[in-house]
Design a protein around this ligand. Structure first.
Ligand code: DP6
Length: 361
């Protein structure tokens, strides 16, 4: 006979957007804790377009922790998942659901298992920073389920142990990941710079150049760069610290020209250190290079920059337009230079502002 006390399930669902770095994180000083060799700054995308939705459930009927990603079961045995689960469990508190007549004491969490179901509303295979939204959402939803009383800064330090870039997805707007100095990573957290309303005329368009999964993961790519590149130390110690200060100022002042200059230069330098890695890592392809040339030429012809570009560990372009007018013009240009069904067509566009499609017809 089924044991009545085993029948309850408590659930929490949360949604977390992904983020795109404008000053990139590339290189770790501690692989296990995921501590970066430089600060980074990102912009969090609109959750309506690129986000992860995660439901976490706990029940005495569950006999092991399990997780499904886009409906397919994945293993939770990896160190990154284990680190996040352990850190959240260690901070769990009493939970009571009066309607269900369920009471979980702080000490009981040690013996309870969770089931996790996570979905991305964007193609996971397209390499659009899915781990950032995924780990941020996992940590946030588990923290809610287990009544963890930490603020988002402390939660960001836990999400960081899942994937470095995930720590920045705990906040909207522009966010800085402070690399920190402590060996235990306690000061390596995300801090919000400005919220999403501060610079809301910006429009972000992602041009999906190739939806194949990248050949070199960010994790192994940055490890190889740190081990073999002569340029990475110069970047981390000399270049990025100055850029972080300038970028923070540009964001505060909504200075689009400086913002564009820094964003493009940092993306290009990140890909330069990838090329300086042995063996070299090629994340961008010919189409990515053509998009860069197209934007550079256009910005020069306008006299003042109207669109910034940045590329993560893959060929897809993240384009940030000054406003809706330039976003619409940008889409027209992209369609002209990369016509559908041609050899170099772009697979699709993911747009931060849906109504824009209506604007351009
Ligand atoms: C190029 O955060 O995916 O997108 O910490 O090993 O999980 P791990 O790496 P990840 O690296 C992101 C690299 C990047 C730049 C950035 O987001 O800052």
């Amino acid at each position: 006979m089924a044991d009545e006390s085993q029948k309850w399930v408590l659930m929490v669902t949360a949604q977390t957007p992904t983020n795109i770095a404008v000053i990139k994180y590339w290189g770790k000083r501690d692989e296990n804790l995921i501590l970066a060799i430089n600060d980074s700054i990102s912009v969090t995308l609109d959750p309506a377009h690129l986000c992860t939705t995660t439901t976490v459930a706990v029940s005495p009927a569950f006999n092991q922790d399990r997780m499904w990603l886009n409906g397919k079961e994945i293993s939770l045995s990896g160190g990154r998942y284990q680190n996040c689960l352990r850190e959240i469990r260690a901070r769990a508190n009493d939970v009571e659901d009066k309607k269900k007549g369920v009471k979980i004491a702080k000490k009981d969490w040690e013996n309870l298992h969770v089931h996790v179901a996570s979905y991305n509303n964007f193609p996971t295979a397209a390499g659009l920073a899915s781990s950032a939204a995924g780990f941020a959402c996992l940590v946030y939803s588990l923290a809610k389920l287990m009544n963890v009383q930490e603020d988002n800064g402390r939660l960001s330090a836990i999400a960081r142990q899942g994937s470095g870039s995930a720590c920045r997805s705990l906040y909207g707007g522009f966010v800085k990941w402070v690399m920190g100095k402590e060996e235990n990573g306690s000061d390596s957290i995300a801090v919000p710079l400005v919220d999403e309303k501060h610079w809301d005329e910006l429009v972000i368009i992602i041009a999906v150049v190739c939806s194949r999964q990248k050949e070199t993961s960010s994790t192994s790519g940055m490890r190889e760069t740190v081990e073999t590149s002569a340029l990475i130390e110069h970047r981390a110690k000399e270049v990025v610290p100055k850029r972080i200060i300038q970028m923070e100022e540009a964001i505060q002042k909504r200075d689009f020209a400086t913002f564009t200059h820094l964003t493009c230069a940092d993306s290009n330098q990140f890909h330069a250190v990838c090329l300086d890695t042995s063996p070299p890592i090629f994340y961008m392809n010919d189409t990515s290079h053509r998009i860069i040339s197209c934007v550079e030429k256009w910005n020069r012809s306008e006299g003042t920059p109207q669109v910034a570009y940045t590329f993560d560990a893959g060929p897809n372009a993240v384009l940030i337009a000054r406003n809706r007018t330039y976003a619409a013009l940008l889409l027209q240009r992209l369609l002209f230079h990369f016509p559908p069904n041609s050899e170099t067509d772009l697979n699709s566009y993911v747009i931060g502002d849906k109504s824009l499609m209506e604007d351009i017809g």
